[in-house]
Design a protein around this ligand. Structure first.
Ligand code: PEP
Ligand code: CO
Length: 497
């Protein structure tokens, strides 16, 4: 079938939203098509060049944010706190892993949620499930749950408002947050942390502060440069009406870009090879993520890679494994070896959240800090054994003091205190920061071959077919933020820390 931004309409559509008012839907899509893009093609290409480097172990991807972003979350504190925790985590990971970190938020459009049941029953009443703020409202009444095409435009506008604030903050609002002395490190005092680990993390924090001071003292670049931070956006590309309405050609570039976000991903429930989502995402130039759960086979992974990245372009495809701590060791190796045997270029990252959701005896959905960390640890081990690279992580987290996941200082009895997620349980600020310290240690323990020095004067060692991407990469490195330079400076110095 020839691809077009609407060819997906001919395919079977998992999780399809049926809009009762077709005229209103057509009008909303028309408006969305005429509105300016949320992101640009050159940002998308820059991210792709970074992901190509992460595939080679030269960068590390940190992706995180809410399970379900809501329109009500579009307030300054919530957005700023989310950026703050992602930034702080990234600094810890740069320091631990000795390589630049690509920061990608699950934000500015993470408004559509797949559901296991299309209908929700409460007592005598049955209404459509809540499919995220892009589709309907969470209140349990027929009016709120009816899919409303107007929400496609509301979602777009709130994504634009969120992104506007993110861009402003990224451009220089983070001066203090670079310094660990301004961070909330109270997790270090919690009883579950051994004296030895505490001392290690404290040393780590001190070294990180010193490295940052060193960087500032070098005086390279302007103050603006030092305080500018690069963030990219991502969301599950679930609602194909939203995605396709913003998918377009841009001047002087080939192909189509989905300009609602830099990195859309296909969820575990919508990755059928012959389904609407794979059809839509195979035709765009953006990098694309795919969630792979415990039922995914090596053949599935190879077929998806061939469909979504037919030219085997570096940085184009991100496989996000989410098997659960009990399954990852058994299930992941087949995927890794099949993809490697087929010589397909993939960035492997770990989502340690979605395979580790459990219910407490009281019926509350939660995840344990130890299971989450356990799945990441196992993923590193499996990749090491298979000779492949784990190049990133994908978390559900928030910068606020919520009580949704257990461990890292919270017990089951705490969950009632501030369970605020509109969908799955997220790590809170302290849990996320502690997770970053633990992950930083894992990254730091990788053999040197996986964390080669980043030498900007040397082109990437890639096969000849990747030559065009090398050009993009080389260009992109000129616009690097100070943080990447700092990471490479600390690598070359043989250890500021
Ligand atoms: C999600 O990332 O929120 C999600 C629904 O994930 P998955 O598709 O892996 O279940
Ligand atoms: Co989720």
């Amino acid at each position: 079938m020839t691809w077009s931004p609407n060819s997906w309409e001919q395919r079977l559509h998992a999780q399809e939203v049926i809009y009762p008012d077709r005229d209103a839907l057509a009008a909303a899509v028309r408006t969305l098509r005429s509105l300016p893009p949320l992101v640009t093609s050159w940002e998308v290409e820059r991210l792709k060049s970074y992901l190509a480097e992460a595939q080679l172990g030269r960068r590390f991807l940190l992706q995180g944010g809410d399970c379900a972003e809501t329109l009500a979350d579009c307030v300054s504190d919530i957005i700023a706190n989310k950026l703050k925790i992602l930034l702080q985590m990234s600094l810890v990971l740069i320091h631990g892993g000795r390589r630049p970190v690509i920061r990608v938020g699950r934000f500015a459009g993470q408004y559509a949620k797949p559901r296991s049941k299309p209908l929700e029953v409460r007592g005598e009443q049955t209404h459509p499930s809540y499919f995220g703020d892009l589709i309907n409202r969470v209140e349990f009444d027929p009016e709120a749950r009816r899919p409303d095409p107007g929400r496609l435009l509301e979602g777009y506008k709130h994504a634009a408002l969120t992104l506007n604030f993110i861009r402003s903050l990224s451009a220089g609002g983070f001066a203090d947050l670079h310094h660990p002395e301004y961070w909330d490190l109270s997790f270090l005092a919690r009883a579950g942390i051994s004296d030895e680990l505490r001392a290690r993390y404290q040393r780590y924090t001190r070294q990180l502060g010193e490295a940052l001071e060193f960087m500032e003292a070098l005086g390279e670049g302007s103050f603006d440069d030092l305080t500018r931070v690069e963030f990219f956006t991502s969301h599950e590309g679930l609602n194909l009406r939203y995605e396709s309405a913003q998918t377009r050609h841009v001047p002087r570039r080939e192909g189509y870009y989905d300009l609602t976000t830099h990195l859309p991903w296909i969820g575990e429930r919508t990755r059928a090879l012959d389904g609407a989502h794979v059809e839509f995402f195979r035709g765009i130039r953006n990098p694309v993520g795919v969630k792979l759960g415990p039922t995914a086979t090596g053949e599935d992974a190879v077929a998806l890679a061939r469909a979504l990245n037919p030219d085997n372009e570096p940085g184009k495809l991100v496989f996000i494994t989410r098997m659960g701590v009990d399954h990852i060791g058994e299930r992941l190796p087949a995927l890794l070896s099949a993809v490697r045997a087929a010589e397909l270029r993939v960035l492997w990252i770990s989502d340690p959240m979605h395979g580790n959701t459990v219910k407490t005896d009281g019926g509350i959905k939660t995840r344990s800090f130890d299971d989450i960390l356990g799945e990441i640890r196992r993923s590193f081990e499996v990749h090491a054994a298979c000779g492949t690279i784990l190049g990133g992580v994908h978390f559900e987290l928030t910068g606020d003091d919520v009580t949704e996941c257990v461990g890292g200082g919270l017990g089951e009895a705490d969950l009632d205190r501030n369970y605020a997620s509109a969908c799955d349980p997220r790590l809170n600020y302290r849990q996320s920061l502690e997770m970053a310290f633990a992950l930083g240690e894992l990254l730091g323990a990788l053999p040197p071959a996986r964390a080669p020095a980043i030498d900007r004067r040397r082109p990437l060692a890639q096969p000849a077919s990747a030559a065009s991407e090398m050009t993009t990469s080389a260009k992109a490195s000129h616009s690097e933020t100070t943080w990447s330079r700092w990471a490479s400076a600390s690598t070359h110095s043989g250890g500021i820390a």
